[in-house]
Design a protein around this ligand. Structure first.
Ligand SMILES: *[C@@H]1O[C@H](CO)[C@@H](O)[C@H](O)[C@H]1NC(C)=O
Ligand SMILES: *[C@@H]1O[C@H](CO)[C@@H](O)[C@H](O)[C@H]1NC(C)=O
Ligand SMILES: *[C@@H]1O[C@H](CO)[C@@H](O)[C@H](O)[C@H]1NC(C)=O
Ligand SMILES: *[C@@H]1O[C@H](CO)[C@@H](O)[C@H](O)[C@H]1NC(C)=O
Ligand SMILES: *[C@@H]1O[C@H](CO)[C@@H](O)[C@H](O)[C@H]1NC(C)=O
Ligand SMILES: CC(=O)N[C@H]1CO[C@H](CO)[C@@H](O)[C@@H]1O
Length: 656
């Protein structure tokens, strides 16, 4: 979900951003400052000039706090409008924003959403017009504010956002979007990494557009400076001068006049604990990082449930075929797999005859097909032998497509295949379904809630399959897939319809291809409280599980981790480290994020909203339940001065 951010700037501006899937951003503002006549100004600079943009990020215990400082000056002899726009990672929360105008600082406050919305609507009624700003990057959200700058004066914007870096494929990645919209004389990024464990590497890969996965490209090598201050700390600096900014802009496919527009990325990892992970304790808070380094991947039974309806035709199908060629190659020799296709019907790949066999359903009663499917003698799961993989690679290139999208048929057959393998094979296989669709169900069962309920019920055996859903392009319902996966031990991903779709699919597969442990439970001693999620269905190689909480007065705080792995059921001990910085905000961030995620799919959101709101206000996080309010000078009657000074208590009223 994106966070709409509401701004109230008295007298001059209101900006209400509604980030959309497709990337355009709606911003409503007042009329732009009137250009009087050019003769008043001798300089050729049209818009206000950003003469400095500095971005600093402190990363400690994988928690990043990023500050963007943008200094703008208006060289003209009349007032001009300037827009401060920032793209930030989807999972981050803005926590501070201020503007400095004529040496006076105007600080924004985080407010309950409805409250902020009322002010916004009030202002809209007083007549604001709308404008569009194009700014986009995948998995991101945008923050925009516009203000007038007085003639020959300066304005400084400062924005802080925070996020917990997620470990994927063996590394943490801090992504910094740089989009000043013009060449900036003094442009710099500094990242300070301070970890509790030794750093194994720190890298700065090629700059990215943020919209396509690209290979490393020498022309986009940021050539950033990396200094190791000690074995746990490093400083990364990137200071492209005017010429380099033009060069990068061009190589990223943009207009050199608009300056650098792309992502600067820092990747790193830390030394791992071989077993239970490290527990950091400080000031009554703890954080537990768990990524065991000595486990073998579990064998898996993976069922691909792939949309083969008419809408997949053309480029999307070509990309899926290309991705499947690589994904199939990466299966482990110990794995089992099935391929199910669905369009108007479902069909199952038969490795013996190497063809897809349609599951004939005359008058299907979905949710109760099991007796029928048992009779139908569906093909067995294939072992991931070289021969089977070769056949599968060949058969998936078949491009015959049928009209409709029978999602329930595909999923019910997929869940059945998992269940049957569990009955037939005494050896434990980690059950996984990869479900990909580009559209809405339009045959079989239409109701997405009903499909979710049926599949969840069918999948509720002793060892349910983790269902990973992929929405391909804009035609699929992301919320439905999110709910389906979150109720079935998995998660969903969006595959953007673009030239690199096949790479996106492969990257996704790589992140889940090696399950190391299942049924993982973190055990904490008495006294630990307000602990985040402690049970996880699966841990993948290269990722990490993070649990945070409060320790109370217990000083000998050493938790255990239980779970199943290739060596059977294990109980891991942990090691304890003293962190370099406070853990409180990390704990608050993780707690609020998990509550908001749970809230997305909860039937009754009341209690979760209340709890998330309480913490978001306390720690000043701009989230789905809170908004930012800034009051600029020159107040008018249309606003209650209470909005300027935060009065805790008043804004705890909320409505859904
Ligand atoms: C980073 O840490 C330094 C030293 O602790 C501090 O002075 C600076 O304000 C921090 N910057 C951010 C963005 O938090
Ligand atoms: C990194 O940690 C050291 C102590 O180990 C501290 O002195 C320094 O200020 C920290 N730097 C940042 C940026 O937090
Ligand atoms: C998962 O673990 C819990 C205890 O840690 C155990 O009671 C349960 O039976 C396990 N479930 C499976 C499917 O192994
Ligand atoms: C964990 O510690 C306990 C004693 O504190 C010990 O008996 C047990 O063997 C340890 N487990 C592992 C996996 O090392
Ligand atoms: C949701 O839960 C709250 C209490 O947690 C309750 O007061 C409210 O009636 C519930 N709403 C619905 C629609 O069930
Ligand atoms: C009513 C009021 O306070 N007006 C002020 C608005 O701001 C300008 C300069 O920023 C002042 O000159 C006005 O007096």
């Amino acid at each position: 979900m994106y966070t709409p951010i509401i701004f109230f700037l008295l007298l001059c501006k209101i900006v209400y951003s509604i980030p959309t899937d497709s990337s355009s951003l709606v911003v409503s503002t007042t009329e732009p400052a009137k250009e009087k006549s050019a003769e008043f100004s001798n300089d050729l600079q049209v818009s206000p000039q950003i003469y400095s943009m500095q971005i600093t990020a402190n990363v400690s215990n994988r928690f990043a706090r990023t500050l963007i400082t943008s200094r703008v000056r208006n060289l003209k002899k009349q007032a001009q409008e300037t827009t401060f726009s920032v793209i930030l990672p989807e999972n981050s929360f803005i926590s501070e924003f201020e503007m400095e105008i004529d040496e006076k600082v105007y600080k924004a406050y985080v407010k309950e959403k409805e409250e902020a919305k009322k002010i916004y609507e009030q202002a809209v009624m007083s007549g604001q017009s709308a404008a569009h700003v194009e700014l986009s990057a995948r998995d991101s959200k945008t923050f925009t504010v516009s203000v007038n700058i007085e003639p020959e004066s300066k304005t400084i914007f400062r924005l802080v956002y925070e996020e917990l870096l997620e470990r994927q494929v063996g590394q943490y990645e801090l992504v910094i979007n740089i989009h000043p919209g013009q060449i900036v004389k003094d442009l710099g990024v500094q990242v300070n990494i301070n970890e509790s464990r030794p750093l194994t590497f720190v890298k700065t890969p090629s700059l990215r557009t943020g919209n396509e996965i690209s290979k490393n490209d020498d022309k986009l090598d940021p050539s950033a400076k990396i200094y190791f201050t000690d074995k746990n700390s490093a400083v990364v600096q990137f200071n492209p001068d005017i010429n380099q900014q033009k060069q990068f802009a061009e190589n990223l496919g943009g207009n050199t006049e608009n300056g650098l527009a792309g992502q600067f990325v820092v990747q790193y990892d830390v030394e791992r604990d071989p077993q239970g992970g490290e527990v950091l304790v400080k000031d009554g808070y703890f954080v537990h990082f768990f990524a065991p380094s000595e486990l073998e991947p579990l064998p898996k039974h993976i069922v691909f449930v792939l949309d083969h309806s008419g809408s997949m035709g053309g480029r999307k199908l070509d990309q899926l075929i290309e991705a499947m060629q690589n994904i199939l190659s990466e299966l482990d020799a110990k794995d089992l797999f099935n391929i199910v296709r669905f369009s108007s019907d479902a069909s199952v790949w038969d490795p013996v005859e190497n063809k897809f066999k349609t599951v004939e359903l005359s008058t299907p009663k979905y949710g109760e097909l099991e007796p029928y499917l048992r009779e139908a003698n569906l093909p067995q799961a294939a072992e991931a032998t070289e021969e089977n993989i070769k056949k599968a690679k060949d058969i998936v290139t078949d491009k015959s497509l049928l009209g409709s999208t029978n999602i329930i048929a595909g999923l019910e057959v997929g869940v059945f295949l998992i269940k049957r393998t569990q009955e037939n094979k005494p050896k434990k296989y980690e059950p996984m379904i990869i479900f990909l669709t580009d559209g809405l169900p339009n045959v079989g069962i239409f109701s997405r809630d009903e499909i979710t309920n049926i599949v969840t019920k069918l999948n509720a055996g002793e060892k349910p399959a983790a269902i990973f859903s992929l929405s391909f392009g804009s035609g699929a319902d992301k919320n439905f897939l999110k709910k389906l996966s979150s109720k079935n031990l998995g998660f969903s991903r969006h595959i953007y319809e673009a030239a690199d779709a096949s790479l996106q699919l492969q990257d996704f597969y790589r992140s889940i291809s090696s399950p190391l442990m299942s049924n993982i439970t973190f055990k904490y001693v008495d006294g630990a409280s307000e602990v985040t999620k402690t049970h996880y269905p699966i841990l993948f190689k290269g990722s990490e599980l993070v649990v945070a909480g409060r320790t109370g007065s217990n000083v000998d705080f050493l938790p255990h981790v239980k779970g199943s792995s290739t060596i059977g059921s294990v109980i891991f001990n942990t090691t304890r480290t003293e962190p370099v910085t406070s853990l409180e905000r990390l704990w608050a961030y993780l707690t609020v994020s998990q509550m908001l995620k749970q809230r997305e799919t909860a039937e009754n959101k009341t209690e979760l909203t209340k709890k998330a709101l309480h913490l978001a206000l306390k720690y000043s996080f701009v989230t789905d339940v809170t908004s930012l309010v800034v009051v600029k000078p020159n107040q008018t009657d249309s606003v209650d001065a209470e909005m300027v000074a935060p009065t805790p208590g008043i804004y705890n009223n909320y409505s859904i």
